[in-house]
Design a protein. Structure first.
Lengths: 372, 291
């Protein structure tokens, strides 16, 4: 599965950001809990997770706006634990943009260069160029409050990028934008990142955004890092119930391990599902709605006999390109999604059906909600 | 049907709202115009009048003699001295109050409130009494003098000097500097400071480029609130300055009560008012720009 690994394990290059055993406590609150994370140079890396899971805190520790309680944090091999933010080769695009209200757009963007001691003309020139790049060349003399949300977002981006950071941190930079603008900005961000070859660490709680934009994604929950991987890895091989449920939609079916090849469902049905867990362990099987086929009870193809169930259709929704069925098997409802082609048969509510899937498309995860 | 009726309702509602606003403001309007604007106007009018030989005021003979009198060396010295002391007082207050306000604004809410109460405590006792307390403190055999004598620095003789006046003024008006500064720093968006540090600015650069400019409305408000009463101060210069070196406040009082030259007193008062008006307008211009 991991055909395109971007992580540097064993590679010759040093990681752009290397976090080892980092914990951050605020009083009693453990905001980030023993996180290990490596972000490669030039990588588009997303951090995904529900509200309060510690994404912003992690980002702020990389930026130097917060210091780790424990652990080691290296940027390009250099330990930066308590180095102040101005001495780190890192810039941030803040969630609320944090543009300086008393300066015009050009002064905002040239601020970083001026602070590094570059002369005024040179800084203004570089800032103007960066503004052209984000298509705001004509807005240089405006004050931030005379710009739309999307334009402010671009100014914040230009203000960070003009300093040529080695790592750019973005904290939900598109959170305040409407859907259309969001999608445009996603594309722009992605192409900008490719063009500049800078590592982007992108915080979001929108999984679709993370899946479409990133080389790799980290999923966090309750301060813990649950899984890091490509979109495909997270989608096809989630490490636990939480990740399976959080990334995309899935049916999570409780089961018990029978042997290395079989699991037993709640109603006693044995299902073929290769797994590494000891017999008798409580597990859950994750089954994506779109990898399930549906048909008449006697239609189950021979090779899928060991991965099939029977049930009753309780609901069907037509979405144009697909049908979404709710199929009640003995003890729980399952969601099934099929392509709607002119030749496909629609199963009406009440009809007895069989559902089956390829044994490579189910995935067994340990039963606990939050992984190690 | 409703499409036709709606605009009328809306207009009627708007009218009602603005009328209600007017009635709510009316008592204050009346009070202010009777007891504030009118006396103010009469001061301006008197400043152009002529002093009669008996010390009265002749309103028929308009002139600007009183204003030309302000150019005379004695009055000029008084003006200069008052402005200098007021400016020194303002600067000292600003230098003392800024770090304190910054400190205060960065504490947690409960600590802040307690410290604000401490700032306000002096207001609980009479201003005059507090000035006399300073006189005792600074006097020849007061505690300050005792201490300096004790450590071999000799007697303290600052009472009845401009230094004593500035000390008293700073003491009296410091809270007026602290409160607006505190308010300005407290409502500042801290992520701007983080953004500045993130963009490579040192703490000092951040203060110069971000924190201070953004707190400017507070700086100006505080400075006006300290400068204006310092300029016209009467009580403190009398008590701690001993009235030896006359300041504007004492001069005005003298003109009205002793010299019975109302037009000159009114002219000095008018000049003061114009200065204050200018300062206030500056504040709104600045404040409007950065808020
Ligand atoms: N300065 C702080 N003091 C105390 N607790 C904090 C502080 N900052 C964050 N926390 C706590 O740490 C946890 C993680 O917060 P964090 O802001 O990193 O979450 P997040 O993943 O960015 O969430 P969101 O998606 O809502 O932005 C939360 O429980 C939060 O309440
Ligand atoms: Mg956050």
């Amino acid at each position: 599965m991991g055909e395109e690994m971007h992580d540097q394990a064993g590679g010759p290059m040093t990681a752009a950001v290397d976090i080892q055993g980092v914990t951050k406590r605020f009083g009693d609150v453990v905001a980030v809990d023993n996180v290990d994370l490596e972000i490669a140079d030039g990588e588009f890396f997303a951090m995904l997770g529900p509200s309060g899971c510690g994404k912003t805190t992690t980002l702020r520790m990389i930026a130097g706006l917060e210091f780790p309680t424990e652990g080691s944090l290296k940027i390009f091999g250099e330990e930066v634990g308590t180095l102040p933010p101005n001495l780190r080769p890192v810039n941030t695009v803040f969630q609320n943009y944090a543009l300086f209200p008393h300066m015009n757009v050009l002064d905002n963007v040239s601020f970083g260069l001026r602070m590094q001691g570059k002369d005024k003309r040179e800084s203004a020139h570089a800032a103007q160029e960066m503004l052209e790049l984000v298509q705001l060349g004509g807005m240089a003399k405006r004050k931030p409050d005379q710009l739309s949300g999307g334009q402010q977002q671009r100014v914040a981006l230009a203000r960070a990028l003009v300093n040529k950071p080695k790592v750019l941190l973005l904290d939900e930079p598109l959170g305040a934008l409407d859907l259309k603008l969001r999608q445009d900005m996603q594309n722009e961000l992605k192409s900008l990142q490719r063009e500049l070859g800078v590592s982007f660490v992108f915080v979001t709680h929108d999984q679709e955004e993370a899946l479409t934009m990133s080389d790799r994604i980290a999923v966090m929950h309750d301060g813990k890092l649950l899984q890091v991987g490509t979109a495909e890895e997270l989608y096809d091989q989630p490490v636990n119930r939480f990740v399976a449920d959080f990334i995309g939609q899935t049916n999570l079916i409780d089961a018990t391990v029978f042997d290395a090849d079989m699991i037993v469902l709640a109603n006693g049905t044995k299902i073929r599902a290769p797994n590494p867990y000891p017999a008798g362990d409580k597990v859950a099987m994750s089954l994506r709605p779109e990898s399930i086929s549906i048909g008449h009870v006697d239609e189950v193809p021979e090779e899928f006999r060991a991965t099939s169930l029977t049930g009753t259709v309780s609901d069907v929704i037509y979405l144009g390109h697909s049908h979404v069925y709710t199929v009640n098997v003995d003890w729980m409802p399952l969601e099934v999604r099929t392509n709607a082609t002119p030749t496909s048969i629609k199963h009406e509510p009440g009809s007895e059906v069989a559902i089956w899937w390829d044994r490579r498309s189910d995935w067994v995860v340990p039963d606990e909600g939050h992984g190690a | 049907m409703t499409a036709v009726a709606t605009p009328k309702f809306e207009a009627a509602n708007e009218r009602k709202k603005s009328r209600r606003g007017f009635f709510l403001a009316l008592p204050a309007y009346v009070y202010l115009s009777l007891f504030f604007a009118l006396p103010l106007l009469s001061v301006v009018v008197y400043s152009f009048a002529k002093r009669t030989s008996t010390g009265g005021v002749a309103l028929e003979e308009w002139n600007i003699d009183s204003y030309t009198k302000l150019g005379e060396p004695i009055v000029r010295d008084i003006l200069l001295r008052s402005f200098t002391l007021a400016i020194i007082t303002t600067v000292i207050c600003l230098v003392l109050a800024y770090p304190f306000s910054y400190f205060l604004a960065t504490r947690k809410a409960s600590t802040r409130n307690i410290m604000l109460v401490f700032v306000m405590i002096p207001f609980w006792s009479n201003f005059l009494v507090r000035n006399y307390a300073w006189r005792v403190l600074l006097g020849n055999d007061g505690p300050v003098s005792r201490v300096t004598e004790g450590v071999g620095l000799g007697e303290t003789t600052i009472l009845f000097t401009p230094t004593a006046i500035v000390l008293g003024l700073v003491y009296g008006f410091l809270p007026f500097m602290i409160l607006p500064l505190y308010a300005a720093v407290e409502r500042m968006d801290w992520s701007l400071i983080e953004a500045s540090r993130d963009l490579g600015a040192t703490g000092m650069q951040t203060f110069r480029k971000i924190t201070f400019p953004l707190s400017l409305p507070g700086v100006i408000a505080g400075s006006i609130l300290v400068f204006i009463p310092s300029l016209g101060a009467y009580v403190t210069p009398q008590i701690l300055g001993g009235g030896k070196k006359t300041m504007l406040g004492s001069y005005i009082v003298t003109q009205f009560l002793t010299a019975r030259n109302w037009p000159v007193g009114a002219a000095v008062s008018t000049v003061l008012m114009v200065v204050m008006l200018g300062a206030t307008m500056l504040y709104f211009r600045k404040g409007g720009r950065t808020l």
